[in-house]
Design a protein. Structure first.
Length: 134
């Protein structure tokens, strides 16, 4: 794993959260994107070499509303950049980690993504991200 690619934050209202984080981080949101595979709308902010990703649900029954109902708005996941996502999945599976999705899927910001189940990562949802090369 190379670096923290981004930190995901679950929010109820994306527009309100964007306004707050633009002030907090003193930088504009550089991109919003709908990710249909995850049923979320996202907003990204650059912070040094990493990013903050705000996530709001597109579906009242999606994972974000369930997360917010259980834990409230806040830290949802930490994403790490990897060079070869399939190799990382195999390495981590052999080390005893379980995955929410073992087959990488297209995520936000031109990335292949997969998620490590929080029960095997001390309660933290971990995302692995690999840049999609065109």
């Amino acid at each position: 794993m190379h670096k923290i690619e981004h930190i995901g934050i679950a929010v109820q209202n994306l527009e309100n959260a964007i306004e707050k984080y633009e002030i907090l981080l003193n930088t504009p949101c550089y991109k919003t994107e709908m990710v249909n595979s995850e049923q979320v709308n996202t907003a990204f902010f650059s912070v040094g070499d990493s990013k903050i990703e705000l996530l709001a649900s597109l579906d009242t029954e999606g994972v974000i509303p369930k997360f917010i109902a259980k834990r409230g708005e806040g830290l949802h996941h930490i994403a790490f950049e990897v060079t070869d996502i399939e190799k990382e999945i195999e390495r981590l599976k052999q080390a005893g980690f379980s995955f929410i999705n073992e087959v990488p899927k297209i995520g936000a910001d031109n990335k292949l993504v997969c998620f490590i189940h929080p029960k095997t990562a001390n309660g933290v949802l971990i995302e692995l991200c690999q840049e999609i090369k065109s």
